[in-house]
Design a protein around this ligand. Structure first.
Ligand code: GDP
Ligand code: MG
Length: 183
């Protein structure tokens, strides 16, 4: 394929973003996916963070650049530059805090305002390990995702459940969108 690669190791490079309320587990999902690490403390940093991971899809190497907020979501102050150019998004809530699920509607509408109609969106209900404190049923997440045309998964960054699946389903779908466009 005559695509110019951004570095010699990958065929495609693209940006994806993590969105959702404060403390839903965005940073831990990302560190689990990119470095296989989990932190018990929440450690917001200043500015925007991102991590890379190379993924093989079909015979191509894809470098996913995944952006994480750095606490600015607490003030609902994510700027348009955060979303700009993102081909994928994980929209994350915490299954033990109902408000984080209710706020998904707001994040989704913000995401749709700032990103392209092709952006692949996966709804993620995180902290599935905290069964006793569940406030949002899996079925509710699923129903909402279906009504909005999103992919859906429950994850646990703590127990490393479905984390790979969440990121890889987004990346795989982005790859499909990209290859359809190039052909
Ligand atoms: P962020 O603000 O969305 O980036 O959330 P963090 O990744 O900083 O996580 C917030 C808090 O939730 C931290 O205390 C994490 O240890 C905890 N946490 C994150 N993911 C999980 C999970 O899957 N299960 C449990 N039990 N705790 C989690
Ligand atoms: Mg964070």
């Amino acid at each position: 394929m005559a695509e110019e690669s951004y570095d010699e190791e990958c065929d495609y490079l693209f940006k994806a973003v993590l969105i959702g309320d404060s403390a839903v587990g965005k940073s831990n999902l990302l560190s689990r996916f990119s470095r296989d690490e989990f932190r018990l403390d929440s450690k917001p940093t200043i500015g925007v963070d991102f991590a890379y991971r190379n993924v093989r899809v079909a015979d191509k190497t894809i470098k996913a650049q995944i952006w994480d907020t750095a606490g600015q979501e607490r003030f609902r102050a994510i700027t348009s530059s955060y979303y700009r150019g993102a081909l994928g998004a994980l929209l994350i809530y915490d299954i033990t805090r109902r408000t984080t699920f209710e706020n998904i509607k707001k994040w989704l509408s913000e995401l749709r305002d700032f990103s392209s109609p092709d952006t692949v969106i996966v709804l993620v209900g995180n902290k599935s390990d905290l069964r006793q404190s569940r406030e949002v049923e899996e079925e509710e997440g699923k129903t909402f995702a279906e009504s909005e045309g999103l992919y859906f998964l429950e994850t646990s960054a703590l127990e490393n459940q479905n984390v790979e699946e969440a990121f890889l389903s987004m990346i795989g779908r982005i790859h499909e969108v990209l290859t359809q466009k190039i052909v």
